[in-house]
Design a protein around this ligand. Structure first.
Ligand code: HEC
Length: 113
């Protein structure tokens, strides 16, 4: 009985950790996308205007409610990312719930000191 419980707890924890890792995105992949001139079908990289993700750590500050870029003011980070993708990178908006969007945001979070 005790062994059964321990096994169940270990499996449960593994499940929680793996879904958390998936939901949180992959910062390394996010950096690759950020540096990729052809990301989302565009022709300039995010990092050409935001070198090394400069200031992007502020975009993931807790409690932030508005994001500003040359396209306007946005109520979600995903929208702000997509507007830069469209207007600045000359690419096509990506799904706000996609792995790529999560990877980008994970990269921004990794920049926080
Ligand atoms: C042609 C230049 C340019 C490119 C390329 C560009 N951006 Fe921006 N972006 C700006 C400017 C200018 C601002 C507004 C000033 C600032 O925050 O640096 C901005 C603002 C932002 C903000 C809002 C920051 C905040 O805290 O309110 C986010 C998020 C953002 N950009 C993400 C991206 C992403 C992701 C990419 C690549 C898909 C990208 N940008 C590509 C110029 C660019």
């Amino acid at each position: 009985m005790r062994i059964f419980k321990t096994t169940a707890v270990v499996i449960g924890m593994a499940l929680v950790l793996s879904t958390a890792a998936f939901a949180a995105g992959d910062a390394k992949k996010g950096k690759m996308l950020f540096d990729d001139a052809n990301f989302a079908g565009g022709s300039v990289s995010c990092s050409s205007c935001h070198p090394d993700g400069k200031e992007m750590e502020k975009a993931v500050m807790r409690g932030k409610k508005e994001w500003k870029n040359p396209g306007g003011t946005w109520l979600s980070l995903e929208d702000a990312n997509n507007v830069c993708i469209i207007l600045a990178n000359k690419g096509k908006a990506i799904d706000p719930k996609s792995a790529e969007m999560k990877d980008l945001i994970a990269y921004f979070k990794s920049l926080k000191k």
